[in-house]
Design a protein around this ligand. Sequence first.
Ligand code: SF4
Ligand code: F3S
Ligand code: FES
Length: 232
Amino acid sequence: MRVVLKIKRFNPERDREPYWAEYEVDVEPVDRVLDALEYVKWHLDGTLAFRRSCAHGICGSDAMLINGRNRLACKVLVKELGARITVEPLRGFPVIKDLVVDMEGFFAKYRAIKPYLINDEPPPETERRQSPEERARFDDTTKCILCAACTTSCPSFWANGEYIGPAAIVNAHRFIFDSRDRGAAERLAVLNARLGVWRCRTIFNCVEACPRGIDVTRAIAEVKRALLFSSL
Ligand code: SF4
Ligand code: F3S
Ligand code: FES
């Protein structure tokens, strides 16, 4: 099938404004949007910039706005989208070039919630044991691939880019509810700040956007509840 790929392009070294460029591409219906983008780059215009690595929905590097929704380009089949496909960079991040956005602020928020196990207690003889039930408590939030689709679909984030955002909260949840971890109070203090978890207005765009099917709003609600009932 033939599709028209309409891509929002911007090269800050050359362009004053972003502009739309259209490319006609012959694809198989089961090709992904990533395949179509690669066709454009390899055969039509080598200056097109986008990120990708794994091409299999694992690394989180190719989240972009596809027909108005945040998706991973490597997970969306062109046959799901019709003959005209629009592709734009994620909203709310500075554009470096074309579909490549600056994610430094996003990862700074991720680092702020201390995304690693904190436990200074002397290690046991063998491993730090955990029951299946304790492991299940945070299983959903272990699936995050840090693609930023949730944060950049959130109207609270669009309104104030300093909001810590759902991705950081999801990753805080992963450790706060881990029975081996002792850093919950440190993370909850970060999330209790003015631009922390309380900026979430339960709008649910983040759940719709998450390519890993994480119940993001549930994780956020559990963090809010932990704050309400913690002794901070
Ligand atoms: Fe991406 Fe989902 Fe993680 Fe958000 S929670 S960064 S949408 S994988
Ligand atoms: Fe935003 Fe999701 Fe909350 S869209 S407002 S983080 S429920
Ligand atoms: Fe890795 Fe799409 S390229 S998730």
